[in-house]
Structure formats: C-alpha cells, structure tokens
Design a protein around this ligand. Sequence first.
Ligand SMILES: Nc1ncnc2c1ncn2[C@@H]1O[C@H](COP(=O)(O)OP(=O)(O)OP(=O)(O)O)[C@@H](O)[C@H]1O
Ligand SMILES: [Mg+2]
Length: 325
Amino acid sequence: MSASPPLIEVRQLRKFFGPATHPVRAVDDVSFTIEQGETLGLVGESGSGKSTIGRALLRLVEPSAGQVLYRGEDLGAASGSRMRALRRQLQMIFQDPYASLNPKMRVRDILGEALQVHGLAPGRAARQQRIAELLQLVGLQPEHAERYPHEFSGGQRQRIGVARALSVEPEFIVADEPLSALDVSIQAQVINLLLDLRERFALTMLFISHDLDVVEYLCDRVVVLYLGRVMEVGPTAELFARPLHPYTQALLAASPKPDPTVPITHVPLQGDIPSPVNPPSGCVFRTRCPSAVDACAQQRPEPRVVASGRLKACLRDDIAGMTLP
Ligand SMILES: Nc1ncnc2c1ncn2[C@@H]1O[C@H](COP(=O)(O)OP(=O)(O)OP(=O)(O)O)[C@@H](O)[C@H]1O
Ligand SMILES: [Mg+2]
C-alpha cells in the first residue's frame, strides 16, 4: 500500500533573478510538502523569498531549478493546456486587493472572467447567478456586481479578491500577505472569512505572512525562511512554544507575547539582513546568529529532522550535540 502523494510538494526549488554572474538568490534550494487540507505558514523577514515561492508554486514565476509537484505531477513538465486546466485548482489571494483588481472592470466582469476562462457557469444567466452566489459567499451583496473596485473599502476589495480566487473552486490557495494592506479593525473579519471558507471548501493553503500571531492562529505547520533558505519547519504549536533554530528564536523574541509572566529569553535580531546577491558563506544566518561558531562559515546546513515532524537547518547540533536554549 502506498500513501497518496501530498497535495503540494516543493523539491529543491531555486529561483535566481538577474545576471548569472551575480544573481539575486531569492530562493535557494527549498523543499517542503503541504498535505491536503493543511494550512502551511511561510514566515521570514522582508526579502526572504516568501512571495517568490508562492508564485513559483502557481508557476507565475519559472523556477531556476527544482520542482513543484501537484498531487505528484510535476508542474514543470505539464503542457500548456494541462497547465491551464491545473490553474483552476491553484489560485492566489494577493496582498494588495486594489493593485490586483483591474480598476476599469466591474466586479461582475472580474469574477466572470475567471469563470469564462475555465468554461464554468456557461451562459449569461448561469454566470450572473454564480457571481451573485460568490458575492454572498464572501459577505457582499449581489448588487455589488455592477460596481467598480474603487467603490469599495479595502476590506471589501479583499473580499472580491477572495471571491475571484474561489470562483473556479480551487483545491489550493496561496494567500500572500492577504491582511497586511488592511486596517487592523478589518483584519479579523477577513481572517474569519478565510477560516470559514477554508472549512467549507476543505481548502489547502499556503499562508504567507509577517504577522506571527496570525500565523499561529491560522496555520497547522510553519516553514521559517531566511535569505531564501529554510531555517526551520514544524507544527505551529510546537514551533511557537519551543523554537529550535536561533533565527526562529530571534523572530519570536522580536514579537513578544503580551503575557508578562512569560520571560523573553531569546536574543532579538541585530543588524540588517545581508544582500541576497552576496549571501554569507556557509549558513546564511551566521552573520546575525548569537550561536555561530567558525564552522558555520564553512558548511551550509541542510534542514534535518531533529524531532518528530520538526526540521532544523543548523550546524550547532552536529558539532556540539546540543539543543540551544
Ligand atoms: N522579478 C524580480 N527581479 C529581481 N529580483 C526580484 C524579483 N522578485 C523578487 N526579487 C528579489 O528576490 C528576493 C526575494 O523577494 P520576495 O518578494 O520573494 O521576498 P518576500 O519574502 O516576499 O518579501 P516581502 O516580505 O517584502 O514581501 C528579494 O531580494 C527581491 O528583491
Ligand atoms: Mg512578499
């Protein structure tokens, strides 16, 4: 008996931008899986490669190397027509709901376009009904179909973005910072909408965010990225309760819990993230790592299983056989 493949598998994904002599190493040898029904969080500082990975998963950017598999099928080997069919299963919710909605299109055309491309709800009447249904699904009114994006608030625009992603009944959604352009007061509403729809349609998600609290709330597992490399992977509750990698520890220290009885023991991050054109040798985090030793400049640590379901890319265990505080 063989287990079915994960819904999404990323294998040694690499994406370099710019000239081959000194490229931007946006994503450098990243691997992870997403099981059906799972929400995987992708966190890391600005420029760590989160959006590039999200886009590569949907083949909105062409990987420089490595593979993305959907139900075991290599997207890179899919023909044009196969990829168009697969696109229906793989959708994206963008950070800026204004920039991602064509301002010259009415909502009905924004939603109708996706339906038409995939031959869904054919015919004017069926399409109109489906659009009304989609608007209601995201908490808007059927009358909103006649309006243009600028006639909505930020939160409502993000609801339209969600409706567009869901219009084709996808299995998998990449949500790239879907809350960060919204007022804090609106964020909770959109989070609840995403939770509700995830439940209702058994969606699998990659949730990209800076906001660790939201990731902790929404995600089953988390991948921590730094300079295009995976630092740590683990189930959300365990990773937040006991981060294993010095970078994860620093990230969590930088966003302390309001609970004053929990002492902050980790050292917060010092200095700036190095340039991805010229990443440090060995471990890319070593220049900011409070635990770095000489060997960290020589050897590039790969993520390894250090406990059940938990991966960490750090040499310190290899050298000293220790668990960092
Ligand atoms: N089209 C592109 N051409 C050149 N460089 C790019 C391109 N897209 C991204 N990059 C670079 O790749 C690196 C990773 O970018 P990416 O947008 O994936 O990071 P991110 O983690 O999503 O950051 P943020 O949190 O700011 O959204 C950055 O150094 C970025 O400048
Ligand atoms: Mg991004």
